[in-house]
Design a protein around this ligand. Structure first.
Ligand code: G3H
Length: 489
């Protein structure tokens, strides 16, 4: 097992003598399901959580101004030192990502490389932002030296599905803007941070970044209840986000940066290029087994083409290869959340009881740690799969005859991230795009929904997000405009 008996608080990699949390993998190299013990991490509690908090607060407020007031070029040098050391850990991090969350070798490598690129892009965007936002202005004899500066102490909680990329999309902009950070990874995808601990320790001043392991419910509440957190940054579900926000004694002054749930629709119009629509919808709905907040989670198919679309779509889904992450050409892999197949099964059973049928031959086939994606049709508003985010291998399909039905459903939805539109006629598409872009945050024309490229704004309306994450926008999300003023008396 991969055992790492340290964690990072106040610039120290500490030896742990308490209880450990065991980390299992649901991947098996044999046919039979056998959870493999991968390693363990310290199961930290309230005491360590508060130490991390005090260390971050001191680094921000009492660190002799070392981090928040450090010169731009020096803070960039720290970031560069970190990313160069991180790059050396690629193989180790990729290996752990495959084992811990079952992401394919190719996708794990892509996630690592995308994250490194994100850090370099952030460094460049930071230089640009500092140039643009640093201004010397005067009016009516009052002079001001305006800058963009940090907010204070940031608590970051990461997700399991993109443990590296989504997490670094929070902590890197928070750090580069001069904030002090406490970070807790998700339950799955936690070991993969251990090879990076030294790079963090060697690069950042004491207390600027603290990395905690343990259950979210043990470490996050005491930190929030202290009232000393200035920014709560989280990628996950809204229930956790709201519960944590509520723990803050003065939650109205808390800056929030949340990436939450979505139920992104794919809409296939009667004149769509069906080959293209099928390909993009399969990738959009089922990449990484559908465990993406950006996944297509419901497909609306026009009545005129529904039979042909469903036939081709179902065949293509059945042709996806299931296997271990290192298998060649694997598309579907074991699920890290062991309870997920049972949840997906519940959604299927509910839909079947209310009139849907499974359209593909392999749909619903189960092993202990996997369920083959089912294509469910026709889905209706009374079904759980219509209302709940499946976040896994399941594709509900709903017919429509008039595009206004979809507009109404989107306006009633509690989510508001993005949509994929498949069609060819510019006369019909153009007013539709104008309308949809003001109801959601991104319209993807003849292509899947996605977050990337990471320089594009990533946000959502309603319950899908608070604040914007992207290379450029995140720098603003984690900062505030400040100035020094004087006047001629
Ligand atoms: O779950 C959300 C991820 O950020 C998805 O990223 O859509 O670019 O693959 P992606």
């Amino acid at each position: 097992p991969y055992r790492q008996e340290t964690y990072l608080i106040n610039g120290e990699l500490r030896k742990w003598e308490g209880e450990f949390a065991n980390i299992y993998s649901t991947i098996s190299s044999t046919e039979a399901y056998a959870p493999t013990l991968l390693g363990s991490v310290p199961a930290l509690g309230e005491q360590e959580a508060l130490e991390a908090l005090h260390s971050a607060a001191d680094a921000y407020n009492k660190g002799k101004g070392l981090w928040p007031t450090m010169k731009v070029k020096d803070r960039i040098a720290v970031m560069l030192k970190f990313v160069k050391q991180m790059e050396k850990q690629r193989d180790e991090v990729v290996k752990l990502m495959m084992w811990e969350i079952g992401k394919s070798l190719d996708d794990s490598r892509k996630e690592f490389d995308r994250t490194v690129e994100y850090i370099y892009d952030t460094i460049n965007a930071y230089k640009e932002l500092d140039n643009q936002s640093s201004k010397f202005v005067q009016r009516d004899g009052v002079y001001a030296l305006i800058r963009r500066g940090p907010l204070g102490v940031v608590l970051c909680l990461g997700p399991y599905n993109y443990p590296l990329n989504e997490t670094f999309a929070l902590i890197i902009p928070a750090l580069i803007m001069g904030n002090a950070v406490i970070f807790k990874p998700a339950k799955h995808g936690v070991l993969l941070f251990t090879p990076l601990l030294e790079a963090f320790q060697n690069s950042f001043p004491r207390g600027v970044i603290n990395i905690l392991y343990g259950r979210g419910r043990s470490v996050a509440p005491p930190i929030m209840q202290s009232g000393k957190v200035d920014v709560l940054a989280l990628i996950g579900n809204s229930k956790t986000a709201i519960a944590l926000q509520d723990q803050h004694p003065n939650k109205n002054r808390l800056r929030l940066v949340f990436g939450l749930e979505a139920k992104n629709p794919g809409v296939i119009l009667p004149d769509a290029n069906l080959d293209l629509a099928v390909d993009e919808c399969v990738k959009g709905a089922l990449s990484f087994n559908g465990q993406r907040c950006t996944a297509l989670k419901i497909l609306y198919v026009h009545a005129k083409i529904k039979d042909e679309f469903i036939k081709r779509f179902a065949e293509k889904v059945d042709a996806l290869k299931f296997g271990n992450p290192w298998d060649e050409k694997v598309a579907l892999t074991p699920l890290p959340e062991v309870e997920k197949p049972a949840f997906i099964q519940e959604l299927i059973d509910d839909a079947l009881a209310k009139g849907a049928t499974i359209q593909n031959k392999k749909g619903g086939e189960r092993t202990d740690n996997f369920i083959f994606p089912a294509v469910l049709y026709p889905v209706s508003k009374e079904m759980r799969v219509y209302n709940e985010e499946q976040f896994g291998p399941l594709v509900p399909v709903k017919p429509f005859s008039n595009i206004n039905e979809i507009i109404d459903e989107i306006s009633e939805s509690k989510y508001g991230q993005q949509i994929s539109l498949f069609g060819e006629d510019p006369q019909e598409l153009s007013p539709l795009i104008d309308m949809l872009v003001n109801m959601l945050c991104r319209v993807n024309l003849n292509s899947l929904c996605q977050r990337g490229p990471d320089v594009f704004p990533f946000t959502g309306r309603k319950d899908s997000a608070v604040g914007t994450l992207s290379v450029h926008d995140a720098l603003r999300s984690f900062s505030i405009r400040t100035f020094v003023s004087f006047q001629n008396n």
